[in-house]
Design a protein around this ligand. Structure first.
Ligand SMILES: Cc1cc2nc3c(=O)[nH]c(=O)nc-3n(C[C@H](O)[C@H](O)[C@H](O)COP(=O)(O)OP(=O)(O)OC[C@H]3O[C@@H](n4cnc5c(N)ncnc54)[C@H](O)[C@@H]3O)c2cc1C
Length: 331
């Protein structure tokens, strides 16, 4: 049995029967050929920064370490780059920024691998990977063959994609291809970026990366010191009528109107208003600077974290009738 404590950013203990490192595509094909006929359980893991282990894994953890970066096409305006899925996401961002490519700088220092990035359509500070990804290659773990999905076929949504649904743990993503801009396309609409920048001033792509790093480091805990998986819940999206009904009783409720007319409300607001600001419950708690982040204060088990998250869900539901859905993958 192998302890998965070092393979998840919550730092919780869980045992797996086996951990196999996938360094190249042939390793994945071999696994499918040898083991999948027996329908052996397996779980694909990248950086473990969006997973909560609540029990042992009765099967094999496939650790993704496929490496490589390749420029596929380049002209005066655009560059198309293919990244193998085990490359660390932030190495990809750094590579883009150092080469002056625009489109993912606001996604700086999100932990984890490139392969997991499309799974929940990672997003931050006004950018999402769905806006730059052209396609995803994966190995179908049932059929044992390589497949390709273009952007539309990935069915991207807010922290969502086909890989979280129909293809969950069936598609082993092996590479992603992004189309990045060579001309400046700063995205500074997000409030904390607006606050830190001067309107009309020109910023380089690396200036923006540095701002994002500065903001993130001031707000988010370092998982190496305080186990966490970033935002634990998704921000609820409400019908306009529902939002204004809540607003009648809660004047200060914040909301952001989306293109489809729904209003996104920060889950952090509901959590704080339900009494979970900087709350401690045994080894678990909400992070003092951000109630949406659940932290392992040391020695917490996955079940303790899950139980705490359920207390939050219950309190928010009782106070507002809102169901908070986890963003983290609970295993
Ligand atoms: C401090 C902190 C801050 C964060 N900030 C953000 C943020 O701003 N925005 C954001 O969107 N997320 C954020 N996250 C969440 C997380 O970093 C991302 O979801 C990231 O993409 C997860 O990558 P990973 O490699 O660690 O995935 P893992 O946790 O290993 O896996 C996540 C899921 O994807 C599946 N998976 C992993 N690799 C593959 C693959 N190759 N093929 C198919 N399925 C796969 C796994 O089975 C699992 O279901 C944050 C996390 C932390 C700890």
């Amino acid at each position: 049995m192998i302890n998965l404590k070092d393979y998840n950013t919550f730092g919780v203990e869980a045992l797996a029967e086996k951990v196999l490192i996938m360094n190249k595509q042939e390793d994945i094909f071999q696994f499918v050929e040898k083991h999948n006929g027996n329908k052996e359980f397996f779980l694909i893991v990248g950086g473990g920064s969006n997973i909560l282990f609540t029990s042992n894994v009765r099967g094999t953890v496939l650790l993704n370490r496929l490496m490589g970066i390749e420029i596929i096409e380049s002209d005066a305006q655009w560059v198309t780059v293919k990244y193998e899925s085990g490359v660390l996401w932030d190495d990809l961002v750094l590579f883009a920024v150092q080469n002056g490519f625009w489109g993912i700088e606001n996604l700086s220092i999100i932990p984890g691998t490139c392969g997991a990035a499309p799974v929940q359509n990672i997003g931050a500070y006004g950018q999402e990977i769905k806006d730059v990804i052209t396609g995803v290659e994966y190995i179908d773990m049932q059929e044992g063959n390589s497949r390709y999905l273009n952007n539309l076929e990935c069915s991207f949504g807010y922290r969502d994609s086909i890989f979280k649904r129909a293809l969950f743990n069936r598609a082993f993503i092996t590479s992603i291809t992004l189309r990045l801009a060579k001309q400046a396309e700063p995205c500074l609409k997000y409030p904390s970026l607006r606050e830190i920048t001067v309107p009309g001033k020109t910023y380089s792509v690396s200036d923006i990366r540095n701002f994002v790093i500065q903001i993130r480091e001031s707000k988010l805990p370092d998982f190496k010191k305080l186990g966490n998986a970033g935002s634990f819940f998704k921000n609820p999206e409400l019908q306009e009528a529902h939002f204004y009904e809540l607003k009648q009783h809660n004047e200060k409720i914040p909301g952001y109107k989306l293109e489809d007319g729904l209003i996104r409300v920060p889950a952090a607001w509901f959590i704080e208003e339900s009494g979970f600001k900087n709350t401690i419950f045994g080894n678990v708690g909400t992070y003092k600077k951000h109630p949406l982040i659940i932290v392992n204060r040391g020695g917490a088990s996955g079940l303790e974290i899950l139980e705490f998250s359920q207390k939050i869900q219950k309190a928010v539901f009782e106070a507002f009738g809102i169901i908070l859905s986890p963003e983290v993958n609970i295993i």
